[in-house]
Design a protein around this ligand. Structure first.
Ligand code: KE4
Length: 427
């Protein structure tokens, strides 16, 4: 029963484009109007009609502790008494910067912003300012927010100029971005051979979550580090999803590769709007007001966002957090794999730590082309069966499933029961 959500969606569409403030929430990829969420606690959501769900979207990654964690709520309740925004430097920002520097291996200087988009957009500008070069390399299926230079699709052939990924992105700008197949090191080598002296940076999700989850080949990531070093381009890790999710130091600690710049978001805000970008001091000092590369933000370092982020990161500093997440994620994803197999349905499960995806495919999925070959109709049916049973998945096959510390073994067991029923109903 979703009468209230349906009513709200119709009303929302009167005032908001598509009825949503971010496109994926509209559920177009699965053809299901979205439940409007009224509240959340732990790994549970409740919609406007009172239906409850086990949540595997986790607000697209930030809620790694689970929703409304008491430490976060208590910290915010106390902080809000001191006001909501000052537009002036605060001790909280210093504490956040110090903590990020202590946790992320390659960052020794960091700036706070208000979204992942701002983080990647600013890192690209900084890389262009530092190197005096124009071109950017990205990868098909990787999403870095909606900045113009990154809303670019692959050109006609490998290592050709990009084409606008959306109306409104100027062709001249899109042609400065080259989009290549993920995990394809020879394609990157070719691009550097052809354009290396004008490549300012290569930006990558070290473990992509936006084509569904794809596992990087370790030689690929290491190859990118070697190529960017030898051509004096900057290696930018977009860790908006992987930062503080794969480990306290993100993917760069997990894979032991040091990028030149790192973009962060999601988890560092504890659910409030936050992004950040950081890296070597020699680069970051080129930013205004020290340097000449401009970047700014009215609410950057907002005291409430810092409070929620600090409360979250302090809890993640505890030693057993990532081993618990690993064990629970292993239980869920290996369970899904064996249930699908038992039902005779070919699936591919890609997982790194507490982010993973299930593709309805009988071939490995190691890049966007592979992800697009998966059976999207079967995904729609699976999504619908799971939602009907109270399991809230991302409404697209090209997103990640996220676990939190609030996903208990009992909840995962329930999820697997529902998944077993869903797989059997697909035949
Ligand atoms: P935001 O501007 O949405 O805060 O962050 C952009 C971004 C940057 N980098 C990565 C790796 C990201 O995943 C994102 C945003 N992720 C999407 C979903 N995968 C957010 C959901 C949405 O667009 O509503």
């Amino acid at each position: 029963m979703k009468a209230k959500s349906q009513e709200l969606f119709e009303k929302a569409k009167k005032y908001i484009p598509g009825g949503v403030n971010s496109p994926v929430r509209a559920g177009k990829a699965v053809g299901i109007d979205p439940p409007f969420i009224a509240r959340a606690q732990g790994c549970a959501l409740w919609d406007a009609d009172g239906n409850t769900y086990i949540d595997y979207v986790s607000s697209w990654g930030p809620m790694i502790l689970g929703h409304a964690h008491p430490d976060v709520i208590n910290a915010l309740t106390e902080a809000i008494q001191r006001g909501t925004s000052y537009g002036a430097p605060t001790e909280l920002e210093v504490e956040m910067a110090e903590l990020i520097v202590s946790m992320v291996p390659s960052i020794d200087h960091v700036r706070m912003v208000n979204s992942g988009t701002e983080a990647t957009m600013s890192a690209i500008r900084l890389a262009r300012g530092v190197t005096g070069r124009n071109k950017i390399i990205k990868f098909d299926g990787c999403y870095h927010g909606h900045g113009d230079s990154l809303l670019v699709e692959a050109g006609s052939g490998v290592a050709t100029f990009g084409i606008p990924g959306s109306p409104g992105v100027p062709g001249d700008l899109a042609r400065q971005t080259i989009s290549l197949p993920f995990n394809d090191l020879p394609a990157v080598e070719e691009a550097f051979q052809r354009f290396g002296d004008d490549i300012a940076a290569l930006i990558i999700e070290p473990v992509p979550g936006n084509m569904g989850v794809v596992v990087p080949d370790i030689n690929f990531l290491q190859g990118l580090r070697e190529l960017t070093t030898s051509y004096q381009s900057l290696l930018i890790f977009d860790e908006v999803i992987t930062g503080f999710r794969l480990s306290g130091g993100g993917a760069q600690e997990f894979y032991d590769i040091a990028p030149d710049l790192t973009c962060l978001g999601k988890i560092i805000g504890g659910g409030l709007p936050v992004g950040a970008f950081g890296g070597k001091r020699e680069f970051m000092e080129r930013l205004a007001p020290e340097g000449d590369v401009y970047q700014a933000g009215t609410l950057s370092g907002n005291p409430l966002a810092m409070t929620a982020g600090l409360a979250t990161l302090h809890l993640l500093h505890k030693s057993d957090v990532y081993s618990t997440l690993e064990q629970r994620s292993q239980m869920l994803f290996s369970g899904l794999e064996s249930l699908a197999e038992k039902a005779g349905i070919p699936v591919v499960v890609n997982r790194v730590g507490s982010m993973g995806s299930l593709f309805f495919s009988d071939a490995p999925v190691s890049d966007f082309a592979g992800a697009k070959k998966s059976d999207r109709d079967l995904f729609k049916k699976y999504y619908s069966r799971m939602l009907e049973q109270g399991v809230y998945l991302a409404p697209s096959p090209f997103e990640a499933t996220f676990l939190s510390l609030a996903h208990t073994e009992e909840m995962i067991g329930k999820t697997l029961d529902f998944a077993g029923k869903a797989f059997r109903s697909l035949l």
